[in-house]
Structure formats: structure tokens, C-alpha cells
Design a protein around this ligand. Structure first.
Ligand code: ZN
Length: 171
């Protein structure tokens, strides 16, 4: 397994739209294992392939307290969303050290393939519902800060560019 570099906002590669996985084979399973390792190392509760510059529809999530319940979603699709909405304070590995409120449907149903290529459906609420919607947005090339005002977004962009420069100068 290997740790993968995570792209940081406003990297334009975060806005690429991911393609469906044609076949869940050893190559995809290797990507999933590397993504899981990268997510746990960060640590984070979710990671979309887009964030590690792989533009295929793959998401890994673990919202368990002990970080020992890995969930894998290949070609995930939201097939139902509740009319009720809920606001959560979200963060993102691609937008380090920034958190803000985003309103989304509070419950969803998702259809996806598992690591063996088998289709399943899952009903999600709470943090899992938020996380799934956040990660599925990534596959569409959307970062959560795009739900915020233009003013906030431009401040975040500046902050992230400054942060990247500082990291660069420390090398
Ligand atoms: Zn994210």
C-alpha cells in the first residue's frame, strides 16, 4: 500500500468530473487500499478518488469512532434524498484547517458497487449522509466551499495559496 498525495483547493484538478469504473478488478482494489491508507493517515472520515488525482468514481468512508469500519463505494449514486435538510459544520482534507456550515438533505439512499463489484443499496443519515454527499460532490468536481459565498471562497483560496507557499519554503 502507499500514501497518495492529496490535492489542495484551489487546485484545478479538483474540478475534474470522475468517470465510472468499468470493472472492479485488482487495479481498482489497489486504488481503494491506497485511498483507505491515505484517509486513515490524514486522519479523515472520507476520501474521494478525485482528491488524490484519480478521476474514477471511487469513495472510501469511515465514520466509526474507532476508525475500524471502512466503507467502499464504487460508482456511487444518490437514488433518493429527503426533503428535510440539515446544516453541518464540514471540513475537507483538500481544504486543510477550514470548517464551515453546509446545508444538505438529512437522509439519503445510495446505490453503489462494493469492493467485490457487487451492487448494494444503503440508507444513510447523520454524519454518514453528510460525508457521502460531500464525497460524491468531489466526484462531480465540486468542493464544499463552493456552497459558500464568493467572498468566503476567495478568502479561502488566498489562505490555501499562502499555506502552500509556506509549506514549499519549509522543504
Ligand atoms: Zn472533501
Amino acid at each position: 500500500m502507499a500514501l497518495l498525495p492529496v490535492l489542495c483547493y484551489p487546485d484545478p484538478r479538483l474540478h475534474k468530473v470522475a468517470k465510472p469504473v468499468a470493472q472492479v478488478d485488482a487495479r481498482i482494489q489497489k486504488i481503494v487500499a491506497d485511498m483507505a491508507e491515505t484517509m486513515y493517515d490524514a486522519p479523515g472520515v472520507g476520501l474521494a478518488a478525485t482528491q488524490v488525482d484519480i478521476h474514477e468514481r471511487i469513495v472510501v468512508i469511515d465514520v466509526s469512532d474507532d476508525q475500524n469500519e471502512l466503507m467502499v463505494f464504487i460508482n456511487p449514486e444518490i437514488i433518493w434524498a429527503s426533503p428535510e435538510k440539515k446544516s453541518w459544520r464540514e471540513g475537507c482534507l483538500s481544504v486543510p484547517d477550514y470548517y464551515d456550515e453546509v446545508e444538505r438533505p438529512s437522509e439519503i439512499r445510495v446505490k453503489a458497487l462494493d469492493i467485490g463489484g457487487k451492487e448494494f443499496e444503503l440508507d444513510a443519515d447523520g454524519l454518514l449522509a453528510v460525508c457521502l454527499q460531500h464525497e460524491l460532490d468531489h466526484l462531480q468536481g465540486k468542493v464544499f466551499v463552493e456552497y459558500l459565498s464568493i467572498l468566503k471562497r476567495s478568502r479561502i483560496s488566498q489562505k490555501m495559496k499562502k499555506r502552500a507557499k509556506e509549506l514549499e519554503s519549509q522543504r
